[in-house]
Design a protein around this ligand. Structure first.
Ligand SMILES: [Zn+2]
Ligand SMILES: [Zn+2]
Length: 220
């Protein structure tokens, strides 16, 4: 994934704060999709990732928003792998395992085929760069996943998602709802929390009530 321009590091704008709040408010539903993906032999998503803010210990109000993959959450903190090197943060490197509070999550990304869902902060990036810079960024990740949105943002896209007639939740993945019920409800599934750690889950009948991470660590 491409390195982020400095504007992302510096931006303390209300636009950025709003984008992060929107990503935070939908994070539990994203986390359910991310958890279920760990059980699939054939992945449903091309990419599951978040961005999180890593403060600079020497300059407390400064830091970098960085991509993290291979994530799991217990509903309070997130653990994952840093996907790139920071531009200027000591002690962090690509490939390193990191754990941080959910409050530090600044964005989430689910890519289905070539089409991304989430990516709230990419809308802010588009607004704060020149047309020439934007054209360059749009051919790279993460903006390349959001070409289909045009000028509409992540929140507008989610607001337009079909709402399930059974659970009343918008379907982030927005598959066709033939009966009005989402795939989860149509399959008899529910939203619940991991009985071990409290992670937000989607669960279908007869599936274990622990999250993938609790199941794997209890087997060790
Ligand atoms: Zn539903
Ligand atoms: Zn768990």
């Amino acid at each position: 994934m491409a390195d982020e321009p400095v504007v992302w590091i510096e931006a303390e704008s209300s636009d950025m704060a709003r984008a992060i709040m929107a990503a935070q408010s939908t994070f539990p539903e994203f986390a359910r999709h991310a958890e279920l993906e760990h059980f699939r032999i054939v992945p449903a998503f091309g990419l599951v990732a978040i961005k999180a803010f890593f403060p600079d210990p020497a300059r407390l109000t400064r830091g970098e928003h960085m991509f993290v993959t291979d994530i799991f959450t217990n509903g309070r903190s997130v653990t994952g792998t840093l996907a790139s090197d920071p531009s200027d943060l000591p002690g962090l490197a690509a490939g390193q395992e990191v754990t941080f509070p959910i409050a530090n999550v600044s964005d989430w990304f689910l890519v289905l085929g070539r089409r991304g869902i989430g990516g709230f902060t990419t809308d802010v990036l588009k607004k704060h760069v020149t047309a020439a810079e934007r054209a360059g960024f749009e051919s790279q990740e993460p903006l390349v996943w959001y070409q289909h949105r045009g000028e509409d943002g992540a929140s507008a896209e989610l607001a337009a998602a079909p709402v399930c007639t059974a659970c009343g939740m918008p379907d982030l993945v927005a598959r066709a709802h033939r009966t009005g019920a989402c795939e989860l409800c149509a399959g008899g599934g529910v939203r619940c929390d991991c009985s071990g750690c409290g992670a937000p889950l989607f669960r279908y009948p007869d599936a274990p009530r622990e999250c993938h991470h609790c199941l794997v660590t209890s087997r060790k």
